[in-house]
Design a protein around this ligand. Structure first.
Ligand code: PMP
Ligand code: GLN
Length: 384
């Protein structure tokens, strides 16, 4: 029997570079510094609470917007960190991962023909979600050498059709962070427009060298037009738990929930119970996270300084960009394949983060690994 032919809704989309490189690393038994995930466990106290709640029978649907106890903990946290008082009933929704939150926010507000501004290099899920909503993605480049936003160029790109603008700080893949001045500029720039903001802040706690994460939640006018997206996966070393949340003012959140309730309806119950308990019992965990990851960044960068890779230490995230032009003139994908299959270290090429790839020699390492793993990788990288 013939399968009816369909015309793809996403003809330019293939398997993600993260899946491709992790698979290649597995096949060749390479040290996997490609896809972003820790090689260590979530805190033991959190794991214990998860198994406790599963054993207690907390295994059925949670409320659609998330477990109230968890949303209350989040409201307390947002007040403490960003001085934003949110109504945990109306303005926070717990979802199965930040990717789902991004998808819900985009589908809640983008209609066919709407334009959405994204900054390249950009996370891979934005563009397909916009395309599926019928929107048109307007890709603006971040500026060399530090991947900063050109606000004048952004202002010039806003048209009567612009519905949404997506920012991501700390930024995957560059590790750059937006400053409060950046967000004030954005707030001013959007003041007389109908443009909404989707702020991907999944690496909020991974900022280094005494910097503070600047959140859209800290700015009244910006918050009034924003969806802010967070991920427990990054914060609690639990990417496989696929749990995140979105914060937005009531009218935006109510549209967000209309999509969420028909996309996944709820997030996983025992995980929410465990997170609520852990947040209540260990509020210091969050303040120690930046130091923990800064140590990893420093360990990796100190080792990498003895190699022929060029780099500027990341300001945030658990990623480090590196330039290999002194080592090879292969293109980025070919070099990452070579590095994985011949050298034994997997990394991510930068080009897939661009809509219009241009020749370059940058790759991304994930340093969310034990020092032992990092050292084994560094030994290999320093031989190149
Ligand atoms: N946004 C960015 C910038 C990310 O790096 C990730 C990590 N995968 C996500 C969103 C998605 O997070 P989650 O795994 O919670 O869906
Ligand atoms: N966010 C992770 C990264 O940037 C990957 C998540 C995924 O595989 N989709 O590496």
């Amino acid at each position: 029997m013939n399968t009816p032919s369909i015309s793809s809704k996403l003809p330019e989309v293939g398997t993600t570079i993260f899946t491709e490189m992790s698979l290649l690393a597995q096949t060749h038994n390479a040290i996997n510094l490609s896809q972003g995930f820790p090689d260590f466990n979530p805190p033991q106290g959190l794991i214990d609470r998860l198994s406790y709640h599963i054993n207690q029978g907390h295994n059925q649907y949670a409320p659609m917007s998330g477990l109230p106890a968890l949303r209350q903990q989040l409201a307390t946290k947002l007040d403490r960190w960003y001085q934003r008082q949110v109504d945990h009933d109306q303005e926070i929704t717990v979802v199965p991962g930040a990717t789902a939150a991004l998808f819900c926010a985009i589908h809640a507000v983008v209609r066919p023909g709407d334009e959405v501004i994204v900054f390249d290099p950009s996370y891979d899920s934005y563009d397909p979600a916009i395309t599926l909503a019928g929107g048109r993605c307007v890709h603006l480049p971040l500026q060399a050498p530090n991947y900063t936003i050109d606000w004048q160029r952004t202002a010039d790109a806003i048209t009567s059709r612009t519905r949404l603008l997506i920012i991501n700080s700390p930024h995957n893949p560059s590790g750059t962070v937006l400053t409060s001045e950046d967000l004030l500029t954005l707030q001013r720039l959007l003041r007389d427009t109908e443009v909404l903001v989707l702020s991907d802040e999944v690496y909020e706690h991974l900022v280094f060298d005494g910097r503070r994460h600047a959140s859209v939640l800290q700015f009244d006018e910006l918050f009034a037009r924003s969806f802010a997206v967070f991920s427990f996966g990054k914060t609690y070393h639990a990417t496989g738990w696929k749990t995140g949340y979105c914060v937005a003012p009531g009218p935006l959140m109510s549209e967000f929930r209309k999509v969420h309730q028909y996309l996944t309806f709820v997030a996983v119950t025992p995980i929410q119970c465990a997170l609520a308990d852990f947040m209540a019992s260990d509020p210091h965990y969050l303040s120690e996270l930046a130091g923990f990851y800064q140590q990893k960044r420093d360990y990796f960068c100190t080792g990498l300084a003895a190699s022929r890779f060029g780099f500027t230490p990341a300001q945030g995230t658990f990623f480090q960009l590196a330039d290999y032009s002194a080592i090879s003139d292969l293109d980025e994908r070919a070099f990452c394949h070579y590095l994985t299959t011949e050298v034994g270290v997997a990394a991510i090429p930068l080009q897939p983060f661009y809509r219009q790839p241009a020749p370059g020699s940058q790759l991304r390492f994930c340093f969310a690994k034990s020092d032992h793993t990092l050292q084994r990788a560094l030994d290999k990288l320093c031989r190149l």
